[in-house]
Design a binder for this molecule. Structure first.
Ligand code: ATP
Ligand code: MG
Length: 228
């Protein structure tokens, strides 16, 4: 059995909630309201994954699957600087794949090349509405990702789009009805619910995890990424 590597989120409180950080060998899913920090955590992980293990990193590279066009290379710069890393070198180790739902087939082929990467993070935003074709492709891809995580000791982080409330036109997150339906809920081993707290605070709640208590942690989004 491979040793689990725990990669820091940038927030000590959040790391403690997760029992040390985002773990390899499993899929971690973040869902919750807009601007709650799901994508900012993905950007922070792009950097912390590359830190040495002595600094709570994964000593590895990153693959970032972006289905929503939310990856911002310029956000990586101050985050890398905060962790004392060279931004250019950090960016070189982030492999990008821009993908729209129809291109999931290509993504599957591309995933076969992932074994070259030591620790990998992915931001995969699952669209709200799924047609049957996409649903099938998604299920196949998630099963492939689960195998990759187990085979190559990779950490998979994915974000899940919010649910739109048709009545009010307000964006709400409904934990009982995650976007992507049950396909995603089954694939993810750890499910985290993000929300906005007081002022600039953000809150992360362990929604579903086999080995973690259902508690909460408060964190902040800063120029240097996720922090306490
Ligand atoms: P969505 O569901 O819309 O994708 P999300 O959960 O992915 O939302 P993020 O994009 O991770 O949300 O977080 C957006 C928040 O991060 C905003 O409140 C924004 O103000 C904050 N933010 C982004 N960049 C910075 C920065 N450089 N410094 C401080 N806060 C920032
Ligand atoms: Mg986002």
């Amino acid at each position: 059995r491979k040793a689990v590597v725990k990669i820091t989120t940038g927030s000590q409180a959040l790391d403690e909630l997760l029992g040390g950080g985002i773990e390899t060998l499993q899929i971690t899913e973040a869902f919750g309201e807009f601007r709650s920090g799901k994508t900012q955590l993905a950007h922070t992980l792009c950097v912390s994954t590359q830190l040495p293990t002595s600094m709570k990193g994964g000593n590895g590279k990153v693959a970032y699957i972006d289905t929503e066009g939310t990856f911002r290379p310029d956000r990586i710069v101050p985050i890398a600087e905060r962790f004392g890393m060279d931004p250019g070198a950090v960016l070189d180790n982030v492999m990008m794949l821009l993908s729209h739902s129809i291109l999931l087939v290509c993504m599957q082929r591309w995933l076969k090349n992932l074994s070259d990467y030591w620790w990998v993070f992915l931001e995969l935003t699952i669209p709200n509405k799924l047609n049957l074709y996409f649903f099938q492709k998604l299920a196949q891809m998630l099963s492939r990702l689960t195998k990759i995580a187990e085979e190559f000791n990779v950490a998979v982080y994915m974000t899940n789009q919010v649910i739109a409330d048709p009545a009010g036109g307000v964006f709400i997150s409904d934990p009982k009805k995650p976007a992507g339906g049950h396909v995603l809920a089954h694939a993810a081993t750890v499910r985290l619910m993000f929300r906005k707290g007081k002022g600039e605070q953000r809150v992360c709640k362990v929604f579903d995890a086999p080995n973690l208590p259902e508690s909460e942690a408060i964190f902040q989004i800063t120029g240097g990424g996720i922090a306490d």
